[in-house]
Design a protein around this ligand. Structure first.
Ligand code: HGY
Ligand code: MN
Ligand code: MN
Length: 406
């Protein structure tokens, strides 16, 4: 029997999960290790149980739903993404890939498919990296490039430690994360950018993912009286931070594809008539080309040296640093072929966002499928994707998965 994906149930679950973990103002806030995250995890585990999958939670809280029918041997085909969110998030980022992966397994089971290998769906811990740095942390541990100890000891922006929070919400498992070595890894995700919609395309076959550089910068100048201190005698940390921001804007715009973001900025002491003594900011720098990303980092470092020479104290802390990633060409080709067989328009493309797939690509053949984001919007409550596109993406995920389990 040919497996058929239940698109209606997939969309209903996306909406139910999307309603889970909201704060009093209605904002979606499933930051890793929070009670809101636990609510989403509990709901996902309920669906895994209803699907009859074996549920495993590893030592960094990655949740694995495993289908290992008789005759299935060797390394599993793994599909997944994440269900943790940013602050005031949309409902599709990450959840689309996790729930589509579950829907694919349910379709295979319902059709009495006899896979040659086990099939798993994974929800990775802390993909977003908003509370605990770096992002893609659960998959970074799963690929063996961060130890469980280091990950569990990570201190969040609110002073909590990830290990204690996972234990508190009941998701500090016993299984070593590196126990999951996929035969191959597939991830369906909303594009989170404008390309597919702008070109009127249904799907993206993601062939690479840009490099990411996150750092925290603390600038220390001198507090002083806003009225009596001549401009030439000031060490204004706020102005230094503004110079960094304008430098990054110009450097990224001139880098042929790079992007730069200062997503957090705080000035202290924070009084209208006091020259800011201290500025704390984060920088998110990205570029598809490794050399250009390094040049952007070097340009920023040179500016920080200039600011130091003017008398400021400047400290930096790297929060995440991942090289650009190229996905598996054979799987990318299979995605294009599956889209074509369903008469779905598709193009190859680069991912601007980070994803768990970039970590899985370190240990297994990996590729991603994108579906369009309306207005290219993501990391916002306005994030939206047409349900028909999500179902189409999930059906292509099913087709490609079938080619990897036979
Ligand atoms: O930052 C990213 O690109 C991902 O959403 N964590
Ligand atoms: Mn995501
Ligand atoms: Mn995200």
């Amino acid at each position: 029997m040919t497996p058929a994906l239940d698109g209606t149930r997939l969309i209903a679950r996306l909406e139910e999960l999307g309603a889970t973990g909201r704060d009093a103002e209605g904002r979606l806030m499933r930051l890793a290790g929070t009670d809101a995250d636990r609510a989403g995890r509990d709901l996902f585990c309920r669906w895994l149980e209803e699907a009859g999958l074996e549920i495993r939670v590893d030592q960094i809280g990655n949740i694995i739903g495993l289908w290992s029918p008789e005759g299935a041997t060797g390394a599993p085909l793994v599909m997944g993404s994440h269900i943790d969110s940013v602050i005031d998030a949309g409902i599709y980022d990450g959840c689309t890939g996790v729930l589509a992966g579950l829907s694919v397994i349910e379709a295979l089971k319902a059709a009495a498919t006899r896979p040659a290998r086990p099939v798993a769906v994974v929800a990775f811990t802390n993909e977003e990296g908003v509370r605990f740095h770096p992002d893609m942390l659960g998959s970074l541990v799963a690929c063996g490039d961060m130890s469980v100890e280091e990950a569990r000891a990570t201190v969040g922006t609110d002073g909590a430690t990830l290990g204690a929070e996972l234990a508190r919400i009941g998701y500090a498992g016993e299984i070593p994360p590196t126990a999951l070595t996929p035969h191959a890894y597939l991830e369906l995700h909303v594009e989170q950018g404008p390309v597919l919609e702008a070109e009127g395309l249904r799907l993206g076959a993601v062939e690479n993912l840009q490099g990411i550089s996150w750092q925290k910068i603390i600038l220390t100048g001198a507090a002083n009286h806003a009225g009596t201190t001549p401009m030439r005698l000031r060490l204004d940390a706020g102005v230094a931070a503004a110079r960094i921001m304008t430098h990054l804007q110009e450097a990224a715009r001139g880098s042929d594809g790079g992007v730069a973001t200062v997503g957090t900025l705080s000035l202290s002491p924070g009084a209208i008539n006091v020259i800011p003594a201290r500025a704390e900011m984060t920088v998110d720098l990205r570029h598809p080309d490794a050399e250009t990303l390094r040049a952007l980092e070097a340009g920023l470092a040179a500016l920080l040296d200039e600011i130091r020479a003017e008398g400021f104290t400047v400290t930096t802390q790297s929060l995440a640093r991942f090289e650009p990633v190229v996905f598996d060409p054979a799987i990318v080709t299979a995605i294009e072929a599956a889209a074509g067989a369903r008469q779905l328009s598709c193009r190859r493309m680069t991912s601007g966002a980070g994803h768990d797939a970039q970590m899985m690509a370190r240990i297994a053949p990996t590729a991603m499928i994108f579906v369009p984001s309306k207005g290219g919007i993501s990391h916002s409550p306005l994030e939206d994707t047409d349900p028909a596109d999500i179902v189409a993406g999930a059906e292509v995920l099913l087709d490609v998965a079938r080619g990897l389990i036979s």
